[in-house]
Design a protein around this ligand. Structure first.
Ligand code: NAD
Length: 369
C-alpha cells in the first residue's frame, strides 16, 4: 500500500469550510483505494499571522517540505482586516508568493470546465455555451510583475512614487511554454498564445521563444491573441479555446473572468506544479463576504483534491470519479448559493450538504480496479 504525506493548509475566510468537505472526499478515496493519506494540518495566511506572527510560519514550512503534496485553501483578509498587518506580511506577500518561490511552482493549471449537463449555471446565452465549456488555462506562476523588484519612495519633486519590475528570462518562458505545448499535444493540438506584444517588450520575447519551442511540437497549431481581445473572446465565443498559455498577471485576471463565464469562482480549482513539489488550491480568494455562512461552494476545493490525485499520485480514474460525483450532484438539480438565484427551480444546498452528496455519489460508484 502506498502512503502519501499531504500538508493541509485550510487558510482564511471560507477556506476551513470548503477544506472540511474536501477532506471528507479524500478520506473516502483512501477508504476505496489501496492508499494511505497522512494528513498534516498547518497554519497559513492571515489567521496564521495573527496567531503566530507570521503568515507562513517555520513549522508550516517544515510540514510542507516533508509533504508529497500540499492542499491549500484560499487565504486573505477583507480590505479593512488587511490593514491590521504590515504590508509586506499580508497573506499574499507574506505567505502565497513565498510558497510559490520556495517550491518554484512555475506551472499553474486552471481548468475552466462546465459540462453540458450543468451548462445552465453559465450567465452566457445558451447558444454561446453550446455543448458546454471545456478549456484549460496555463499560467506562468513565479515570474513577471508579481515577483520583480519593488521600490517605493519619494522622488526629487517630493512626490511619492512606486516602481515595480516585470522581468522574465528565456528559461522561465520556455519551460512554461513547453508544458503548455505538451498539454496541447495531448488534447486538441491547438494552443492559444495570449500576449500583449503590441505594447510590452516582455511579450515580444515571449513570442520569439514560443516560435523556438513550437519547432519541437509541429503538430500543434498556435493561435496568437492579444490579452485584451482574449477577454472579449472568452465571453463571446469560449468554445474556440482549448489550451491557453499566458504570463503571470494575465493568467490571474483572465482566469477570474473564466470563473465568471462558468457562473462562479467556486467552480475554479487549480494545480501549481514545480520541479519537485506541487500544491493545489482553488483559483479564488477567501471570499470574506460569505465566510462563516455555510454557503460557499466547495467544488473548487474538492476539484483541487481531484487534480492532486491525478497529477501527484497518478490516480486518474479515481480523480475522474470525483469530478463525475461533483457534476452529478449539480446535474441532479441541486445548486450552491453562488450558482443560482432563489426561485430558479433548483434545490439550494449548503457547503456541508454538497460535500455529503458528493461523498454519497462517490461511495456508490464502482471502485477502480
Ligand atoms: P474572492 O475570490 O475571494 O471572491 C470574489 C467573489 O467570488 C466573492 O463574491 C466571493 O463570495 C465569490 N466566491 C469566491 N469563491 C467562492 C466559492 N468557493 N463559493 C462561492 N462564492 C465564491 O476575491 P476577493 O473578494 O477579491 O478577495 C478576498 C481575499 O482573498 C483577498 O484578501 C485576496 O487578497 C485573497 N485572494 C487570495 C487568493 C489565494 O489564496 N490564492 C486568490 C485570490 C484572492
Amino acid at each position: 500500500m502506498k502512503t502519501y504525506k499531504i500538508a493541509i493548509l485550510p487558510g482564511d475566510g471560507i477556506g476551513p469550510e470548503i477544506m472540511r468537505e474536501a477532506i471528507k472526499v479524500l478520506k473516502l478515496v483512501e477508504e476505496r483505494n489501496d492508499v494511505k493519506f497522512d494528513l498534516m494540518e498547518a497554519a497559513f495566511g492571515g489567521q496564521a499571522y495573527f496567531d503566530h506572527g507570521d503568515a507562513f510560519p517555520e513549522a508550516t514550512k517544515k510540514i510542507c517540505d516533508e509533504a508529497d503534496a500540499i492542499i491549500k485553501g484560499p487565504i486573505g483578509l477583507s480590505h479593512e482586516e488587511s490593514k491590521k498587518i504590515p504590508v509586506d506580511m499580508q497573506p499574499e506577500r507574506g505567505a502565497l508568493l513565498p510558497m510559490r518561490r520556495r517550491y518554484n511552482t512555475f506551472a499553474n493549471y486552471r481548468p475552466v470546465s462546465l459540462p453540458k449537463a450543468i451548462a445552465h449555471f453559465s450567465p452566457l446565452k445558451a447558444e454561446i455555451v453550446g455543448e458546454g465549456i471545456d478549456m484549460i488555462m496555463v499560467r506562468e506562476l513565479v515570474g513577471g510583475l508579481y515577483f520583480g523588484n519593488k521600490e517605493v519612495g519619494v522622488n526629487a519633486d517630493g512626490l511619492r512614487y512606486v516602481k515595480e519590475t516585470l522581468e522574465y528570462n528565456e528559461g522561465q518562458i520556455s519551460r512554461i511554454l513547453r508544458e503548455a505545448f505538451k498539454l496541447a499535444s495531448r488534447r486538441k493540438k491547438v494552443l492559444h498564445n495570449i500576449h500583449k506584444s503590441n505594447v510590452l517588450k516582455s511579450s515580444v520575447l515571449w513570442n520569439e521563444i514560443l516560435d523556438e519551442v513550437h519547432a519541437d511540437f509541429p503538430d500543434v497549431k498556435v493561435i496568437h491573441m492579444l490579452v485584451d481581445a482574449a477577454a472579449t473572446h472568452l465571453c463571446l465565443n469560449p468554445g474556440q479555446f482549448d489550451v491557453m498559455v499566458m504570463e503571470n498577471m494575465f493568467g490571474d485576471i483572465l482566469s477570474d473572468q473564466a470563473g465568471g463565464i462558468l457562473g462562479s469562482l467556486g467552480l475554479m480549482p487549480s494545480a501549481c506544479q514545480g520541479p519537485e513539489k506541487s500544491y493545489y488550491e482553488p483559483s479564488h480568494g477567501s471570499a470574506p463576504d460569505i465566510a462563516g455562512k455555510g454557503i460557499a461552494n466547495p467544488y473548487s476545493m474538492i476539484g483541487s483534491v481531484a487534480m492532486m490525485l491525478e497529477m501527484s499520485f497518478g490516480m486518474e480514474k479515481e480523480a475522474q470519479n470525483v469530478w463525475n460525483a461533483m457534476q452529478g450532484v449539480f446535474a441532479d438539480g441541486f445548486s450552491t448559493a453562488d450558482l443560482s438565484k432563489p426561485g430558479a427551480g433548483v434545490n439550494m444546498i449548503s457547503t456541508l450538504e454538497f460535500g455529503d452528496k458528493v461523498v454519497a455519489k462517490l461511495r456508490a460508484m464502482p471502485k477502480v480496479a
